[in-house]
Design a protein around this ligand. Sequence first.
Ligand SMILES: *[C@@H]1O[C@H](CO)[C@@H](O)[C@H](O)[C@H]1NC(C)=O
Ligand SMILES: *[C@@H]1O[C@H](CO)[C@@H](O)[C@H](O)[C@H]1NC(C)=O
Ligand SMILES: *[C@@H]1O[C@H](CO)[C@@H](O)[C@H](O)[C@H]1NC(C)=O
Ligand SMILES: *[C@@H]1O[C@H](CO)[C@@H](O)[C@H](O)[C@H]1NC(C)=O
Ligand SMILES: *[C@@H]1O[C@H](CO)[C@@H](O)[C@H](O)[C@H]1NC(C)=O
Ligand SMILES: *[C@@H]1O[C@H](CO)[C@@H](O)[C@H](O)[C@H]1NC(C)=O
Length: 445
Amino acid sequence: MSLSLLLLLLACSSHATHFFGTVMTYTPKTTNNDGSVTVVIRYKLNFHLCSDSALWTCSIGYFCGTESAPELNEVYKESSGEWCQTEGIMTRQVPSNAPFQLILDGGNWVNNIRNGISRWRAVTLVELRNRSDTGQANRSPQTTILPAVRVPSNCQRDFNLLAFDPDGDEVRCRYGNTALSECNPCTTPSVLNLSSSCSLSFSPSSGSDQGPYAVQLVMEDFPRQTITLIQADMLWERTTNIALSKLPVQFVLKVDPAVPSCTEGLYLPKFLPPTPANRARLYTSVNQTLEINISAEANVSTISELLFSGPYNIVQTTSGTGMFILRWTPSEGEDGESHPICFVVQAVLSPTKYHSELRCLIVSIGNGPSSNATATPQAPTTSPVTTKETTAASNQIVIGLRVRISSLSPLSDDDIRNTVIQQLKDELARQGMPLNFTLSSVGGV
Ligand SMILES: *[C@@H]1O[C@H](CO)[C@@H](O)[C@H](O)[C@H]1NC(C)=O
Ligand SMILES: *[C@@H]1O[C@H](CO)[C@@H](O)[C@H](O)[C@H]1NC(C)=O
Ligand SMILES: *[C@@H]1O[C@H](CO)[C@@H](O)[C@H](O)[C@H]1NC(C)=O
Ligand SMILES: *[C@@H]1O[C@H](CO)[C@@H](O)[C@H](O)[C@H]1NC(C)=O
Ligand SMILES: *[C@@H]1O[C@H](CO)[C@@H](O)[C@H](O)[C@H]1NC(C)=O
Ligand SMILES: *[C@@H]1O[C@H](CO)[C@@H](O)[C@H](O)[C@H]1NC(C)=O
C-alpha cells in the first residue's frame, strides 16, 4: 500500500514536462544571536502551464537549514499559452553562515530541443560568509530572464543579460559544466556565442538551425580584489579568480524562420523613448510605486503584448498601441534590496511571433540618490545635500554638490583629490555617466 503510493508520487513529479528554464538569486536578511542566518531565496520556474511546478532540494553533504513554506506566484503567462513564469520566494534559516547548495532536478524540457537536452537540472551555491570588504554576508548577483526569447534565423541579435551585483563584485557568465553536474547534460547551443560579461550573441545562419535551444548558463560573482570570508573564528581567502556564489540562468532560445527584413520597427518591434536603456538602474523607495513606461513600434506586424519577468507583484497596463506601463511597489521587507526586471515586446503577423531586443533593468530600493519614483533612462547622480546649477559662459554647465564625507582618519586635500573624487567618479561611471566632465573639490567647511 505505502509502496504503490510512493510510486504514484514519483510518477507525478517526473511527468511534469515542458520546462522553459529557471533562475535563482538570494539575499541574506539577518544574522541571529545564535549565529544562524536568515536568507530570502527567490527563483523563477518556467513551464508550459502555470500549474506545473518543481521543488528545490538540498544538495547531499550540505546543511540548508529550515524552510518556510515557499510562496509561488504567477509572474506572467504568455497570451497564447506558450509559457508561464512563476516566482517562488522561500525564507531559509540556516544554523551557521556556511555555504550550501540547492538543486532542481527533473524532466523534461520542451520537446525537440535542438541541443539535445531533455532532463532539467540546475544548481545554486549560496555563499553567506561575512566579507572583509563589506563586513556583511555575501549577496548574490541579481538577474532574471524570460522563459523564451525569439530571433529569426537570418538576423543578428545580442542578448545582454542583466548581471548586477549588490556588493560591487565582477559578474561573469559561463555555460554549465556537465562534470560539475550543473545541468544534465550541459551541451551548449551551437548558435550562440557567450562572452564572460553575460552577453550572448546570435549570428545569422543558413536557416537549418531553426527550433528551440536550451540555454543553460551559470552566473558567478568574483571579488574585485582579494578578500577574506569570515565564518565563526575561521578565515578563508578569496582571490579575484575564485567565485563566491553560483546561480543558474536557464531559458529557451527559439530560432524562428527567416523574416523578410531584420530592420527594427518593421516586423521586429523597435523600442522608442521613453523606454529605459538596457541595464539601466532605477531607484524607488518602500511603498512608493515605480512606474516604467515602455513604448515600441512595428509597422508591418502588430504589437500584441509586453512579455516581462520580475517580482510577481508587478502590475502591467496598456496605455495605447505599443505603449505599456509596468508598476511596482516595493514593500518594507525589500528596503535596501535591488530587484531585476526584464522585458521584450512581442508582435504577431499570424502565425509568426516576433520579438524586440531584450531589455533588463535593476531597481534599487531605498538606497538611491533620490526618492523620485518615475523611471528615467539617464544615469543618476550621487546624493547631494544641496545642488546649485549655473550656466557658465562657454555653454558648459556647472553643478555644485555639497557632500559630507566621514573618515576614520584625517583627510588631506590630496586624499580628497586622489581617493574621494576618484571613487565618486568611478561610481558615476559605473552608473553609466559619460566621463567627459571635470569633477573637483572646491574646498571644505
Ligand atoms: C562565434 O565567434 C567566433 C569568433 O568570433 C565566430 O567565428 C563564430 O562564427 C561565432 N559563432 C556564432 C554562432 O555566432
Ligand atoms: C557577520 O556580520 C554581521 C553584521 O556585521 C555580524 O552581526 C555577525 O556576527 C557576523 N557573523 C560572523 C559569523 O562573523
Ligand atoms: C514606421 O512608421 C512610422 C510612421 O509612419 C515612421 O516614422 C517610421 O520611420 C517607420 N519605421 C520604419 C522602421 O520604417
Ligand atoms: C508602508 O506601508 C505599510 C502598510 O501601509 C505601513 O505599515 C508602513 O509603515 C509603510 N512604510 C513606509 C516606510 O512608508
Ligand atoms: C508614462 O505614461 C503615462 C501615460 O501615458 C504618462 O501619464 C506618464 O507621464 C508617463 N511617465 C513617464 C515618466 O514618461
Ligand atoms: C558628454 O557626453 C554626453 C553623451 O555623449 C553628451 O550628451 C554631453 O553633451 C557631453 N558633455 C560635454 C560637456 O561634452
